[in-house]
Design a protein around this ligand. Structure first.
Ligand SMILES: Cc1cc2nc3c(=O)[nH]c(=O)nc-3n(C[C@H](O)[C@H](O)[C@H](O)COP(=O)(O)OP(=O)(O)OC[C@H]3O[C@@H](n4cnc5c(N)ncnc54)[C@H](O)[C@@H]3O)c2cc1C
Length: 458
């Protein structure tokens, strides 16, 4: 079932009568399971009695993406290519400039389908692609439970504003996809007079051959890309973590969260797939997966995402208060290189930074603490904002995501309320290491990071 609210009819030029196939240009939803855009494309292909081709363009200079992100993505795309072939759908993989690669398909495309983009960059490139194709085009909102424009029609001030609407609509939009087969199976690109697709038999070899220019980061072991890996993580979480989530989710030393964020970021798993396994079992998990995540998408969609300055992004009480304290004396001041190498005076902060560098992930509580301390130890909030986004996007597998931009802005007061005024932070919420030690098993957390490092943590 695909609700009408997920479907946006963008380009009403009609079906291209010269076309030979339907194209689904996949970008944000890199999966075959519970992909509403793919299922909609199959329905269109069957209606018009033509084959379906899923096109994917690897953009080597994708903003802020490095070898860590690309490898995870390729691991996922290998699964996508196998699953599509098994369903009689062509997978057309190219590398290069997006529009140039997609336009090779333009003349033969009857109808173009896209998955929805939420950030400014994603929306701009979808507008360019749509304008360049002469045929009908549709955009399908498949990476959220409640479609972004249905959940709330403007930027929500905080979670309390969007929660009632999301919770009222959650059952209506908690729709998994019925898997259909195309009536006309794809045979070969030669049959369609097209150049051959690139093949990913081995993601590491593919990286060496096609993407060797990218910056390499330390190798990570805890995450391997792909829908089947996401399902394994989900099942392990349902088995071992979900029952404890309500009480233990905030404790960095209990490792009780799902670690599904990288898979959600690349669209390798749909939130409706996750919801179908956890529904009604944990209110706290639904709050994070649906309310908090969809608040972040609302923020990015309606406000204009990470290109905004701190002033443009924050409520005025937070910005003014931070600026009033911008020149307060700091006990510690660090430069970017000290922060990046995790060499501050604070063992908890260093552990958080190293967790992100070595594993590609950081626990949510530590992300909050990490961000708050960067504000405290940097000589201006604008600088702290820039460095946090740089470090998070570079090392986190789930970086460059609406959740990341919202989480970082939260550290500066976004989606939060004023607190008691204090030095440096003004009225924005403050965190300290005493709070971590009092509430959580920080010994366990440090031991975990030391293990990642392969040596004792100083
Ligand atoms: C400074 C800072 C930076 C952050 N950067 C990112 C980022 O780059 N990418 C990212 O996906 N998240 C980011 N977050 C939000 C949150 O920390 C992560 O989503 C969460 O830690 C992912 O781990 P998990 O999948 O085990 O979460 P779980 O606790 O298992 O939650 C399940 C899912 O719910 C969503 N979720 C959980 N917590 C939040 C939250 N606070 N806000 C929005 N959605 C949430 C995520 O999609 C997550 O995968 C950031 C938060 C802060 C404070």
């Amino acid at each position: 079932m695909i609700s009408n609210e997920r479907i946006q009819y963008l380009h009403k030029n009609g079906v291209n009568q010269e076309g030979k196939f339907i194209v689904y240009w996949m970008q944000g939803a890199q999966r075959v399971l519970d992909n509403h855009a793919l299922e909609f494309a199959i329905l269109k292909a069957n209606e018009l009695n033509v084959p379906l081709i899923v096109a994917f363009v690897i953009i080597p200079d994708f903003p802020s993406a490095n070898a860590r992100h690309f490898l995870f993505m390729l691991e996922g795309l290998l699964e996508v290519s196998k699953a599509l072939k098994a369903r009689g759908i062509g997978f057309y993989l190219q590398k290069g400039q997006l529009l140039e690669q997609l336009l090779k398909l333009e003349k033969s495309t009857k109808v173009l389908i896209m998955d929805k983009g939420y950030g400014t960059y994603e929306r701009e490139i979808r507008a360019e692609v749509t304008a360049a194709f002469g045929c009908d085009a549709y955009e399908i909102d498949t990476n959220l439970v409640v479609p972004v424009e249905t959940a709330y029609q403007k930027e929500a001030y905080a979670a309390y504003a969007i929660r009632p609407s999301i919770m009222r609509l959650i059952d209506q939009f908690n729709e998994r996809c019925e898997e259909r087969l195309p009536h006309i199976a794809f045979v070969s690109f030669q049959d369609l007079d097209m150049a051959n697709s690139l093949e990913i038999d081995n993601p590491v070899a593919f990286m060496a051959e096609h993407l060797s220019h990218l910056e390499s980061l330390p190798k990570i072991t805890g995450f391997y890309g792909g829908t089947s890996q996401a399902i394994n993580k989900l099942e392990a979480f349902v088995e071992d973590g979900l029952a404890l989530y309500e009480n233990k989710q905030s404790d960095p030393g209990s490792f009780g969260t799902s670690k599904l964020s990288p898979y959600l970021h690349f669209g390798q798993i749909a939130p409706v797939t996750i919801l179908s396994r956890v529904e009604n079992k944990s209110k706290a998990f639904v709050e994070q997966l649906v309310v908090r995540r969809e608040l972040a998408y609302n923020y990015i969609y309606f406000s204009g995402d990470n290109r905004l300055t701190l002033k443009e992004t924050l409520p005025s009480w937070a910005y003014e208060s931070l600026m009033a304290h911008a020149s307060d004396t700091r006990e510690y001041l660090y430069n970017l290189s000290t922060l990046e190498s995790g060499k501050t005076h604070d063992p908890y902060w260093n552990a958080a930074q190293l967790e992100m560098v070595l594993s590609g992930h950081m626990h949510n509580t530590m992300r909050m603490y990490w961000g708050k301390k960067i504000i405290e130890w940097t000589n201006h909030p604008e600088k702290a904002y820039e460095w946090m986004r740089y470090l998070n996007d570079k090392y986190s597998l789930d970086g460059r995501d609406p959740n990341g931009y919202a989480g970082i802005a939260w550290c500066f007061g976004k989606h939060d309320r004023p607190w008691r005024e204090r030095a440096i932070f003004g009225k924005i919420r403050y965190m300290n290491d005493k709070g971590l030690i009092r509430k959580y098993n920080m010994t366990e957390y440090l031991a975990h990071v030391a293990q990642l490092r392969g040596a004792d943590f100083e």
